[in-house]
Write a protein that binds this ligand. Structure first.
Ligand SMILES: Nc1nc2c(ncn2[C@@H]2O[C@H](COP(=O)(O)OP(=O)(O)O)[C@@H](O)[C@H]2O)c(=O)[nH]1
Ligand SMILES: [Mg+2]
Length: 343
């Protein structure tokens, strides 16, 4: 799972990358994109660590991809830059509002770039298919089915500028998979405000497009992060900042990426794991180790919020909140899981 930091040049993408990964952007990778691991800030994980006092702690991590920014004037270079974004499963669009840019206008401009790039790919394929279906080829029926699957998608994209909300048929999923369409990816708009923000008049219009939205003074938060705790608290209070946007931002990223967190806990290790929402217990087992999935017998579940509230596993069990589930159990955000496995 890779989350792409995207947007026009000088919006603050690399600043966000450094804030979340702790890695200073490498100028030699500015054109190709840079990947780094960000630790997921998670108060529930911190509370579980406090409770179990384990020998080892393993917070969840997520891969971030810092990408070269799009050029406002030179649209032709953007197609190539957008190709780098295709490998990301979800997008964080960093909007440099600190330099006076209007967030709403910028979101519209950026979406137009993505739509143009997708339409070019779809259009090329459609054009090719339109010729090929008229040739005496053995796979004519298949090609016609592909053409009929793609045409409404191109039309939808052209008229609405998005594919994020639509239900695709199985054929449509299959024939578009290799395109990794940008307009299909879930998106969080991160408005980089430069200082504590007052005007949020743009919010309604952005969220009504189906995008997640968050505002933060990313540059200042990065500077705050370099201070020791008492200076940080003082300066944050002075500037009206939370000083903890990392937590909010990581959680917002998990939300748009449709990821939930489950935990495995003992006095040896407390480990947070990310899982696609809707995944089953056996898929959770597989994300830990394929052997655990192969030998899966059952999953023992305790909702971690209840465990923390009641003071422990035993207490949660006594309250009837511990439950045993099979392979097909759909894991919930916050589940503490113990996998019984025969291997
Ligand atoms: N004043 C101000 N400058 C910022 C802020 N965030 C980033 N910058 C500056 O804007 C410039 C571009 O930021 P960068 O993260 O490299 O943008 P990118 O091109 O999107 O990767 C850099 O000089 C940053 O120091 C901010 O919140 N406030
Ligand atoms: Mg950059």
């Amino acid at each position: 799972m890779k989350v792409g930091l995207v947007g026009f040049q000088a919006g603050g993408k690399s600043t966000v990358f450094e804030l979340l990964t702790g890695i200073a952007p490498d100028p030699s990778k500015a054109h190709s994109g840079q990947v780094g691991l960000a630790t997921v800030a998670d108060t529930r994980f911190d509370a579980l660590v406090e409770h179990y006092q384990p020998a080892k702690i393993s917070p969840a991590r997520i891969e971030l991809l810092d990408t070269p920014g799009l050029d406002r004037r030179q649209q032709d270079v953007n197609l190539q830059r957008l190709a780098i974004i295709r490998e990301a499963q979800a997008l964080v669009h960093v909007v440099g509002a600190f330099s006076g840019i209007d967030p709403l206008e910028e979101v519209t401009r950026f979406s137009e770039e993505l739509v143009l790039a997708d339409l070019q790919i779809l259009g090329n394929r459609i054009e090719r298919l339109e010729t090929d279906v008229n040739k005496p080829r053995p796979d004519r029926d298949e090609l016609r089915a592909e053409l009929e699957a793609l045409q409404p998608l191109a039309a939808e994209l052209e008229s609405t500028g998005s594919l994020a909300g639509i239900e695709m048929t199985e054929t449509q999923e299959r024939v578009t998979r290799s395109f990794a369409l940008l307009a299909r990816k879930q998106r969080l708009v991160l408005v980089n405000t430069g200082e504590a923000e007052e005007d949020t008049g743009y919010a309604g219009a952005i969220t009504s497009n189906g995008y997640g939205l968050m505002a933060a003074a990313v540059g200042l938060e990065l500077e705050l992060g370099a201070l020791d705790e008492s200076d940080r608290t003082e300066m944050a209070a002075e500037m009206g900042l939370s000083g903890s946007c990392r937590h909010e931002l990581m959680q917002a990223i998990l939300h748009v990426a449709d990821l939930i967190t489950f935990y495995t806990c003992s006095d040896k290790e407390v480990h947070a794991w990310l899982l696609r929402r809707g995944s089953t217990a056996v898929e959770a087992a597989d994300s830990i180790h394929s052997d655990l999935a192969r030998g899966f017998i059952r999953a023992e579940i305790t909702p971690s919020d209840s465990l923390l509230e009641l003071g422990g596993e035993k207490e949660a069990k006594a309250a009837g909140l511990w439950h045993v589930e099979g392979k097909d159990y759909v894991v919930e955000d916050g589940d503490e899981i113990f996998i019984r496995s025969g291997i």
